[in-house]
Design a protein around this ligand. Structure first.
Ligand code: HSE
Length: 295
């Protein structure tokens, strides 16, 4: 008996919501197949699409780490074999490790007759983020599991809130051909922020959430700002600010770093603008000699 599940790419932070906001992307993602075996224990039997870079060791792979965290809560005396089919590039900021963990959990949970609700799988997926980047953040795994926009109001205890997705909101992802690992892009962050920055950031988070509830795209646009992580991380992404100017002029709502980068996300009011800003951004990156994939 085996089950295959898909889990989507995600944009974590959404500019102002460092570690507390994220949304899922339609279509792009990873697939995981999990099969029951009589031999106890977990085994990674196949990994495709990763260029041979992901570990097969069950205590290092995000799929098996997440499933093990789930099994630790159950009585389970059989085994599972896990196959991972990567659709997402590694180190891209699109929630690649989270998508693998989320798909693995959904498949394993289904195989056991769904003892857990989707929301209850989030703590297990967080364990895999701890392994992947050293930080147990939930802003990729929660939207990958639940879909749409998700707020992590608190981590201790975990308090996750699904938010509405306004009609007509489209996301373009630009993946410049650079690789940044999350641990490195967390290490460049300031450890202290000023009262002034905390106030600005709080206003933008509140504005973004109000904009999502009211379907107010102009308010969302004004709120897509980040004074905490972006100033340090944008330096790692050549062309980041030129791109912002170019896509705003073309009618996009705004742009930001997707998760810890280097992927940049752009939100647009409608599909046409989303496609147009994809083309424009490609030119911006190519002008500075950087290849880019547009999704
Ligand atoms: N919130 C995390 C960070 C997301 O910005 O480091 C990592 O994808």
């Amino acid at each position: 008996k085996s089950v295959t599940a898909f889990a989507p790419a995600t944009v974590a932070n959404v500019s102002c919501g460092f570690d507390i906001l994220g949304f899922a992307i339609d279509e792009l993602g990873d697939k995981v197949t999990v099969s029951l075996t009589d031999t106890p224990g977990l085994k990674m039997v196949r990994i495709e699409g990763d260029g041979g870079r992901l570990p097969y060791e069950v205590d290092k792979n995000t799929c098996s780490v997440a499933i093990q965290a789930m099994l630790d809560k159950l009585f389970f005396d059989k085994g599972m074999e896990i196959s991972l089919y990567k659709g997402l590039p590694l180190g891209s900021g699109m929630g690649s490790s989270a998508a693998s963990a989320a798909a693995a959990l959904v498949a394993a949970n289904a195989l056991l007759g769904n003892p857990f609700e989707k929301k209850d799988l989030i703590p297990f997926a967080i364990e895999s983020e701890r392994i992947a980047c050293g930080a147990a953040h939930a802003d990729n795994v929660a939207p990958s599991l639940l879909g749409g926009f998700v707020l992590i109001r608190d981590y201790t205890p975990l308090d996750v809130v699904k938010l509405p997705v306004p009609k007509g909101l489209f996301c373009t992802l630009l993946h410049p051909h650079l690789e940044l690992n999350t641990a490195d892009s967390r290490s460049v962050l300031r450890k202290q922020i000023s009262l002034k920055d905390a106030t600005i950031q709080s206003g933008n988070i509140a504005g973004l959430i109000a904009g999502l509830f009211q379907g107010d795209l102009a308010l969302i646009s004004r709120s897509l700002k980040d004074v905490i992580a972006e100033p340090s991380r944008a330096l790692l992404i050549p062309g980041f600010y030129e791109l912002r100017e170019a896509i705003k002029a073309a009618g996009a709502l705004g742009s930001g770093i997707s998760g810890s980068g280097p992927t940049v996300f752009i939100l647009s009011p409608g599909k046409e603008i989303a496609q147009k800003v994809g083309q424009i951004s490609k030119q911006v990156f190519e002008k500075i000699g950087l290849g880019v994939d547009v999704y």
